[in-house]
Structure formats: C-alpha cells, structure tokens
Design a protein around this ligand. Sequence first.
Ligand code: NA7
Length: 549
Amino acid sequence: MAETLERTRAEAPDTVAELDAVIIGAGFSGMHMLKSLRDQLGLKARVYEAGETVGGTWYWNRYPGARCDSDAYIYCFTWDKQLLQEWEWSERYPEQPEILRYLEHVAERHDLKRDMQFNTRVTGAAFDEAAKLWTVRTDTGQEIRTRFLVTAVGSLSTTNLPQFKGLETFGGKWFHTSSFPRGGVDFTGKRVAVVGTGATAVQAIAEISQQAKQLTVFQRTANYCVPARNGKVDPELTAARKADYDGVIKRTRESFFGQEHYFIPKSALDATPEEREREFDRMWDCGGFAFWLGNYQDMFFSQEANNLCADYIKRKIRRTVKDPTVAEKLIPKGYPYGTKRQPLDTNYYETFNKENVLLVDASTDGPIEEITEAGIRAGGKEYGFDIIVFATGFDALTGPLKALNLQGRGGRTLDEEWAEGPRTYLGVAVAGFPNLFTITGPQSPSVLSNMPVSIEQHVEWITDCVDHMRKNGKALIEATPGAQDRWVAHVNEVVSATLMPKANSWYMSANIPGKPRAFLPYLGPEGVGGYRKTCDDVAAKGYEGFDLT
Ligand code: NA7
C-alpha cells in the first residue's frame, strides 16, 4: 500500500506568487475548468494535482474490472464537438485504461498540461480577508495567492479504510481498490479476500475469481445488482448517436439523472402483473441503469411499488445462484431497492457458483472481528489469505473537501461549519468561504447524475459567474447565510419524501463511523435538469442569494 501511494515527486517549479484561479484536481472537472478559465476567459489559472498525470478517479481506481457504469457516449466531454465525432469507444462501458487514455488525449489536444502541476497535493488554503485572496499551500512547500479557488477533487476520492483491528499484523499483501498498484496485482494461485460488496467490489470480484486459487468475499450488506450488459455497441447505433449529438447533449442536460433514462410515467401499482413483468424484463434486458433510473415513477417514493421492483431482482438472484443457502445470503434485506448506489454486474451472481469462491456474510456467518497475521477472523473462524483487497469505498462528498483544510472568514474550517452535515448554497458555494467554488460539491446532484453532465454544468456556471464579476468590477462573491440555510432545508425536505433515508448508504453518510447522518447529494424534484434551471435562474437574477462586492 505504502508503495502504491508513494509518489515520484517532480522537482517543484518556482513558486507562482499570484494567480487568478487555482484549481485543485486534474480529473474531468479540473481539466474542463482549466480549459474554460484559461482559454475562454483568458485567466491565469493553474491546476494542482496529487497524481502524476490527469485522470482523477480514472487515474487512481485501477483495480481489476474497473470500468465506467454510464454508457460511454455520454461519459465524455461535450465541449469538443469534433472529438465527439472522432473518438471511438471500444465498448459500451470502457475500462479504466481506456478512459484514462481518452483524458490524456484531451489534455494533449488542448495543451492542458502546460498549466498543471502534478505530484503536488494541496495541504491547505486560507482566505485572507484584507487582501481578498486565497493563500494555497502545497506539500511541495509552495504558497500560491489566488483570487478564485475551485475544488475539482471529485466526490469519491477520499478512501475509506475501516480501522480493522490487527491490520498491521497481516503477513500477506493488502490493497485498497482506490489506489491499486500500477501494473496490477497477480492473483494467480493466491488465496484472496475481497472485503465489501459495493459497486467496486461487484466489478472486481468476477475478475479476481478468474485468477485466484481461492476467493473469499466478505459481505456486510447484500446489494441489489443488475446486469451491465457490456459489449460492443452496434455501429449503426453509434452512428445515429453521433449524427444527433446535439440532441443527446440537450436530452441528458434536461434529464433527471444526466442519462437517457426516463421514469415510466405511471405507478408500479397501477400496472397489471403481466404488464409489470414485461416492463421489468425490458429494463433488465436493456442493462445498465435502466432498471434503476428508468423504472416506475413511484419506485423511489412508495415502499409498496419499490417492493415489486425488489422482488423481481430477488427472483433473478435465486434463479442464478445454484446453492440456495448462498442465494439467501445474497438477497438484500432491510432496505428499499435503489437507495444504495446501483452496482452493475457482469457475472457477479454467477461467480458464487464457482468452486473457488466462498461468501462470508456478516449476518449469518458473523462479522469481521480482526485481521490476523494469517488472514481474517470473522464469526469466530479464521480464514487464511495471501492478499486482502479492501473495496470499502470512500468518505463521500464531504471527505475530499474537508481534507483540503480550507479556512474561510475568521479562520473557520469546513469541519466546524459542517459538524452536523454539509451546508452549502447550491452545492457550489459555502457561506463564509468567498470566491470558493466546489464542482459537484455536496448538495448538488453530483453522484446522482452522470458525472460529466453535472461537471460541465458547474464549470459553465462558474465560468459565467467569474466573467460576470469581471465585467461588473466585482472582486468577491459569497453565498449569504440565509440563502444557504434555505438550500440546506430544501435539500433535506426533498429527500425526506423519498425512500433514500431508509438505507444505511454512503449517500446518507452511514458508511463512516461518526459521520453525521445527512443526505450528501441533491435529489431535486426535477433532477439534474431542474437543478440546472435553478442555477441559471440564480445567475439571471444577478446571482440571487450571493453577496457580490
Ligand atoms: P461502497 O459502495 O461504499 O461499498 C463499500 C463496501 O464495503 C460495502 O459493501 C460496505 O458494506 C463495505 N464496508 C465498508 N466498511 C466496512 C466495514 N467496516 N466492514 C465490512 N464491510 C465494510 O464503495 P464502492 O467503492 O463499492 O463504490 C463507491 C462508488 O465508486 C460507486 O458508487 C461508484 O460511483 C464508484 P455496507 O454496504 O456499508 O454494509
């Protein structure tokens, strides 16, 4: 692990004394933000990135089976129209190396790296009230003064490594999926444990089981998985999409989840059993997020409707998994379908039919008690391993921002401001933190959207805002506490009408011990499209809810 985290630090260039904008992170968001502020507005902007190249999520998450869960034709930048036509994705959900290649290509094509500094982690930033500037500090010992500070740190970039007793005594090797060694890990002939059964583990388990001598999966909560149906995309479909990219872009921007999935405008309870089964089969066969994001419109609201969807998946699990005891362990219990992040599966349930795969379920076999020198002790039994893979997720949304050690007015920190959960205005600004913009921050659609769609929306909005300030001679923009209070109340009110709070999900902050229970993204009544309108209205009304000085 230490090895994988070790970074070869390029020699730090001379300290840049003053910039118009510092952008933290060189993933999709940071790349687009730099392009916009530098090439559209002509600002002196610079990206600081802990990794050694662009990519963000797609740089760090190199575990076996890592691939995109959105269809590739909408999981890309839309501002380079020519590239939309030129780029050919090899399959419906490209693997991590292919997405990274795409991002490298964009960086080169738009000469982005010239204004990016890699192998550099931002360790803190403080707002200087007198100078009206941010002072940003890095682990390369630099101090940068900047007018604007934009966080492009991703929503799922702070690793959650649970504090298992005895981890330091383990005699084998262990890795977290979020920082796998480059070049991969050879599992051949090895006894391997995977801890976790979230979206990441569901991708990794099927892959690792093909190499490992013995794979043991430690499950705390069974998940509802639906088939990805990955594969080559029909060239005619690709051509049709390319011919109508403007239409694709418009539809995803106006959609509920940044995808071309639409709810069935009907209650699941109003459909006949035959009609429901036909619709469920259709979505199941379509694969991907169709079953999750294009289901009956009351699936997220009515427990009764939700049960019908959940039962369909449970039937599929029982049909696929041959050993009925294992199948029962894999049946989700105690929370509604769709309220945890939907994992997309390629042979996930089938994997548990393999001779070399064992499922250890916390409820029936006993939870993990400790890591030992030889392996893992769970439910009083010790299992021996050569390699442990932790697929235990992230301190989502607030984690990456808190890790930046930002200090706003009066030296206030996000730890203090967010002691009871995130408090933002529109998920893009925080009262008391002037000229700070948080791309896909907490309380914006972010992880409930197809990320590139929501990233582009924020980048465009921030760019317009900075442009507006320059044209109107404004030095500072800051969310008012009143507007922020109203937004926080709105975010919480909207989600309380759904089934989402019923799950112990990372959406609800429930995966990190001690993290205050709060819904982290924004599930607006009109989704991603409605949220865009709200943000545009705020701008049209002269940045209503912000103080501009
Ligand atoms: P997730 O979805 O947070 O999954 C983490 C898994 O690890 C999940 O099954 C957890 O069980 C399990 N977990 C977490 N902590 C523990 C402890 N202490 N003991 C046992 N098991 C534990 O992370 P992923 O990386 O799979 O997915 C994150 C996102 O990345 C994904 O949604 C995509 O957007 C990309 P739990 O369900 O909490 O009981």
